[in-house]
Design a protein around this ligand. Structure first.
Ligand SMILES: C[S@@+](CC[C@H](N)C(=O)[O-])C[C@H]1O[C@@H](n2cnc3c(N)ncnc32)[C@H](O)[C@@H]1O
Length: 331
C-alpha cells in the first residue's frame, strides 16, 4: 500500500499501519529501489514481518508496489519520502526490529560526504527507533563508503559493528546484480545499538478536522482600503534554527493568485525543512464581518510543521506590510 506523508500519524504505530498483523516484527528499508529485496527476505520468515519501505524515486515506488503486490505481501507500506524525516517523525522509539540499507548512494566525490545517509546522526536516530536486539543492516559494494559508515557508527557512540556475511536477499537487488555482473563483491555489516538514546519527534501534526479548527494555522486581519495584490513579489524568509543541529526552515512565497470561486486570493508557498519539502497553498478569503482570513489550505495534504506555520506568518507579515491591521495570529 502506498502512503503519502499526510496518511501517516506522527508518530505512527504498528497497530494502525498493520491492523491485521500488529504483533509481527517490523522492518524498515531505506532506498528500496525496484523492491527486489523484500520478497526474497520476507520468504525467509515463517510469516512475513511488517514492512515499511521509503524511497525517493517515484518510478521505483510504483515498480516496487507492483512487485510486492504480486508477491502477496499485504502488510507492506511504501512511501516516497526522504528517509530521515520518515524515521524521525513516523517511527516510534523502540519500534523496529531491523533497519535495512542496501547499496546506498555512495556520494564518492571528495567534499560530498555530507550527503551520505550513514553518518553519526543517522546511527543515533536509528538506535532510538530500534528495539533491544534490533540492528541496522548495511550492504554495499563501495569499500570506501563501507569503512566510512563503520567509522561513523563508532563515532555515534551508540553502535557496535559486526562485520558478517551478506544476507542472501541483499544479493538479489537490482544493484547487487549489476555489481555481480561486473565481478564486484559486497560488504555487509550489522550495527547493533549498545544503548537506545532518546531522539525526540519534531513538533509536527496532521491537518486537523474540521478545516475551521483553530489548530489550522491562520490569521485574521483587515485589509487596507486600496489593497493592491499586484504589489506582491516573490520573497524568501528563513528561521527556526533554535538548536545548532536543528535544520530550521526556509519559506519562499512564490505567487499570489486571484480565486475565481471565493472572494479572495491564494498564495503558493514552498517550504523547506532539512530534507522535507512541501508546496502549500494559503488562502486569503473575505469573511462576513468584512475582515479577511489567512489560512493554510487542506489542498495537497500538507503536514503542519514549524516551517508551514512560518509560511502563514510570512503571508500575514506581507499583508501587514501592505497596511493590513492584524487582529489575530493563530500559528
Ligand atoms: C543505488 S540505489 C539502490 C537501490 C536498491 N536498494 C538496490 O539495491 O537495488 C539507492 C537508492 O536509494 C534511494 N535513496 C537515496 N537517498 C535516499 C533517501 N534519503 N531516502 C530514501 N531513499 C533514498 C535512491 O532513490 C535509490 O533508489
Amino acid at each position: 500500500m502506498i502512503f503519502r506523508l499526510s496518511d501517516f500519524h506522527f508518530p505512527d504505530s504498528a497497530a494502525r499501519l498493520y491492523p491485521a498483523t500488529p504483533g509481527r516484527p517490523w522492518v524498515l528499508e531505506v532506498g528500496f529501489g525496484d523492491g527486489r529485496f523484500w520478497p526474497h527476505h520476507a520468504a525467509t520468515f515463517p510469516e512475513a514481518p511488517n514492512y515499511l519501505g521509503v524511497e525517493l524515486s517515484g518510478v521505483s515506488l510504483l515498480k516496487a508496489e507492483r512487485r510486492l503486490r504480486a508477491a502477496g505481501l499485504a502488510n507492506a507500506v511504501l512511501t516516497k519520502l526522504p528517509a530521515l524525516p520518515l524515521i524521525r517523525e513516523v517511527v516510534p522509539e523502540g519500534a523496529l526490529d531491523a533497519l535495512v540499507v542496501n547499496f546506498p548512494d555512495p556520494w564518492p566525490k571528495a567534499g560530498h560526504e555530507e550527503h551520505r545517509l550513514l553518518r553519526a546522526p543517522f546511527f543515533r536516530l536509528a538506535a532510538s527507533r530500534l528495539k533491544p536486539g534490533g540492528a541496522v543492516l548495511l550492504t554495499t559494494d563501495h569499500d570506501e563508503y563501507f569503512e566510512f559508515a563503520c567509522r561513523e557508527a563508532e563515532a555515534s557512540g551508540v553502535m557496535r559493528t559486526e562485520r558478517t556475511g551478506t544476507p542472501p536477499a541483499a544479493l538479489e537487488t537490482k544493484y547487487a546484480l549489476k555489481w555481480r555482473d561486473l565481478g564486484l563483491g559486497a560488504n555487509h555489516a550489522r550495527f547493533v545499538p549498545t544503548r537506545h538514546p532518546h531522539v525526540p519527534h519534531g513538533t509536527i501534526a496532521r491537518y486537523p478536522d474540521p478545516e475551521d479548527s483553530p489548530a489550522v494555522p491562520h490569521a485574521i486581519l483587515t485589509l487596507p482600503p486600496h489593497f493592491d495584490p499586484t504589489a506582491f513579489h516573490k520573497q524568501t524568509a528563513r528561521g527556526g534554527q533554535t538548536r545548532e543541529d536543528a535544520a530550521g526552515w526556509t519559506v519562499v512565497l512564490l505567487d499570489l493568485c486571484r480565486s475565481l470561486k471565493q472572494d479572495g486570493w491564494v498564495m503558493l508557498a514552498h517550504v523547506v525543512e532539512g530534507e522535507l519539502t512541501q508546496e502549500v497553498l494559503i488562502g486569503i478569503t473575505a469573511r462576513e464581518d468584512g475582515r479577511h482570513l489567512v489560512r493554510l489550505s487542506r489542498f495537497g495534504g500538507p503536514i503542519i510543521t514549524p516551517g508551514v506555520k512560518a509560511a502563514v506568518g510570512a503571508v500575514t507579515d506581507w499583508l501587514a506590510g501592505q497596511g493590513a491591521q492584524v487582529t489575530h495570529r493563530g500559528y
